[in-house]
Write a protein that binds this ligand. Structure first.
Ligand SMILES: Cc1ncc(C[n+]2csc(CCOP(=O)(O)OP(=O)(O)O)c2C)c(N)n1
Ligand SMILES: [Mg+2]
Length: 371
């Protein structure tokens, strides 16, 4: 960054951070919004096929992910987790490469439906579209961390609608019994596609359920980045101490339609949408940092220019990159080597690569391979 902040304002000190930390957090929230807005433009321009947006969730996502240690801890994100992924090591270019499904897309090499971010290098699991399945993946990672005594923490996030899936009950119950280093973040935006919260849950808060598992349940204002940070930090510390999981619920807003295939004006009154803008974390965090003297006009201008350039460069790069070669469609879908005693279901002899008779690589393995 061309202009950096040094020192510690009262605001930063109040949450145990430095001014540079606060600027980096703000930059991530603003970058996520800029990437997201670009995705909608590219979708409407016919350049990318599908967008599922994180607008209105970014502040909570950055606040929640920040206390975790990059490349040590794990996150199993969901489809709105663009800011989470950016906070945990992915770049604007990584996100756009996935949106364009390019050959060098680090999430899946263009194999996944666009929007399925994930990054092995940064301990970000590939997100799951069947809602809440990521719960069991993350609890499993937390179990492994406990058995191996690695000191790692696993976090997963999902919406309030998804929290009603059976996997969530199983995961929380198991994590609580075994005091696993696990954090569930519910990003409650009040809708599951077109279904309002009152038709999804009979209590005001998902976090109220935590008592039933004997773990803390914390409700936090998702437009307050530092409140989300503080709640997550306490949960991470608890997990590292060996005291077990926490259920965090951030009340967020969904500023866009559910996805680029949805028209929310069919089920959301205009007035509601207008009011939401008053609960947006991005301007709120910016004003908070201005008032604290952390963001100056000069610094804001530098950040805005950097973010614009980053999004432009990411778009240009992704546009210019080659699409995957169709003949490689099966690569990274099926195992490329396997122990000889367990031949793969497509019937090729064990211990070999994928080339050769009947192997997926030669395109003749489709029948029977997906049973
Ligand atoms: C198991 C499963 N059932 C249904 C769907 C279809 N679906 C996709 S998103 C969604 C709503 C999820 O709402 P919520 O958990 O509140 O998350 P939000 O989209 O509001 O962030 C549904 C029902 C799915 N993807 N997976
Ligand atoms: Mg929701």
């Amino acid at each position: 960054m061309a202009v950096t902040r040094t020192g510690t304002s009262d605001l930063a000190a109040s949450v145990g951070l430095t001014d540079a930390d606060l600027v980096a957090m703000y930059r991530t929230v603003a970058l996520a919004r800029a990437v997201d807005e670009r995705m909608w433009i590219l979708n409407r321009a016919g350049r990318i096929p599908f967008v599922i947006s994180g607008q209105g969730h970014e502040g909570a996502q950055v606040g929640m992910a920040w206390p975790l240690e990059r490349k040590k801890d794990w996150i199993a994100p969901f489809y709105r987790s663009i800011a989470t992924c950016l906070a945990f090591g992915m770049t604007a270019q990584d996100i756009l490469m996935a949106q364009y499904a390019k050959a060098a897309d680090p999430s899946s090499g263009g194999r996944q439906m666009p929007g399925h971010y994930g990054n092995a290098e940064n301990n970000l699991l590939s997100l799951s579209s069947p809602v809440a399945t990521q719960m069991l993946h993350a609890v499993g990672i937390a179990l492994a961390a406990k058995i191996r005594k690695t000191g790692q923490v696993a976090m997963t996030s999902m919406g309030e609608g998804s929290s009603n899936q059976g996997d969530v009950h199983e995961g929380l119950n198991f994590a609580a019994i075994h005091k696993l280093p696990f954090i569930l973040v519910i990003e409650n935006n009040g809708y599951a596609i077109s279904v309002p919260a009152a038709r999804q849950i009979a209590t005001p808060n998902v976090a109220d359920r935590a008592a039933g598992y004997g773990i803390p349940g914390v409700v936090v204002d998702g437009s307050d980045v530092l409140a989300c940070y503080a709640a997550s930090k306490a949960a991470v510390e608890r997990a590292r101490r060996g005291d077990g999981p926490t259920l965090l619920e951030a009340k967020v807003i969904r500023l866009t339609a559910h996805s680029s295939d949805d028209q929310q004006t069919k089920y959301r009154p205009e007035q509601e949408l207008a009011e939401l803008r008053g609960h947006d974390a991005l301007p709120r965090f910016r004003d908070q940092l201005r008032d604290a003297g952390v963001l100056t006009e000069e610094l804001e201008a530098v950040l805005a220019a950097e973010i614009k350039a980053e999004v432009e460069a990411a778009t240009d790069h992704a546009e210019a990159e080659p699409d995957p070669d169709p003949s490689t469609a099966m690569r990274w879908v099926f195992a490329e080597s396997w122990p000889s005693e367990t031949p793969p279901p497509w019937g090729v002899g064990g211990g070999h690569g994928m080339t050769g008779q009947g192997g997926p690589e030669d395109g003749s393995a489709a029948e029977g391979a997906t049973d």
